[in-house]
Design a protein around this ligand. Structure first.
Ligand code: 5GP
Length: 201
């Protein structure tokens, strides 16, 4: 891959839980060079198969509150009774390395991230339908029924905010959704390269 001399791109990605966002991001990172994801801190317990430091940094509530009060998070939110936050230093380190970043965060966090990084590109991943989303949430079997209901309600609210985003990607088929996201990133890279050239960088 050629050396790029431009400002890195920050992609802020939101999607209702159960919309397949984790798989999309995993696939995307396999296929796109020069991109990394920010690994959020959370007080939620790990789901089966989740790895500490890879999927999330799993912390206690006490630790989270200490970090939050210390200003360690560029944004943080409470979701479903747990805290989630993006570590400022981690993001800055990735940016310093010239990597493009993808941040997978909720709608409220995305608003804060967009204020912090106005040049970021926001993408909302739509589930094919609410019925499909419910089926996926129930299939997951990691959340109790009550949790599924809560997540569904929250998802409806998130979908209602989707028009705030720069791009929408519908996750009908994984391959197609990944391809669309790749195109968004590639176009953005090309745009910024052009701007750089104009500026004589
Ligand atoms: P889950 O528990 O299903 O992994 O995530 C629940 C919600 O929290 C999802 O909408 C996810 O995008 C969001 N989330 C994950 N990490 C962060 C974060 O660092 N900040 C914010 N604001 N939301 C996050």
């Amino acid at each position: 891959m050629s050396q790029r001399k431009r400002e890195p791109i920050i992609v802020v990605l939101s999607a209702p839980s159960g919309s397949g966002k984790t798989t999309i991001v995993r696939e995307l990172l396999k296929q796109v060079d020069g991109m990394a994801r920010s690994v959020s801190c959370t007080t939620r317990s790990p789901r089966a198969g989740e790895v500490d430091g890879e999927d999330y940094i799993f912390v206690t509530e006490e630790d989270f509150v200490r970090m939050r009060d210390n200003g360690d998070f560029l944004e943080w939110e409470e979701n479903f009774g747990n805290y989630y936050g993006t570590l400022r230093e981690q993001v800055e380190n990735l940016l310093d390395k010239g990597l493009d970043i993808i941040m997978s965060i909720d709608v409220k966090g995305a608003r804060t991230a967009k204020k912090e990084y106005p040049e970021s590109v926001s993408v909302f991943v739509m589930p094919p339908s609410m019925r499909e989303l419910e089926a996926r949430l129930r299939q997951r079997r990691t959340d109790a029924d009550r949790q599924v209901e809560i997540r569904l309600r929250e998802s409806k609210q998130e979908v209602a905010a989707s028009d705030e985003y720069d791009f929408l990607v519908v996750n009908n088929k994984l391959d197609e959704a990944v391809e669309e996201l790749k195109q968004v990133i590639e176009r953005e890279r090309q745009n910024r390269d052009k701007i750089n050239k104009k500026a004589g960088a």
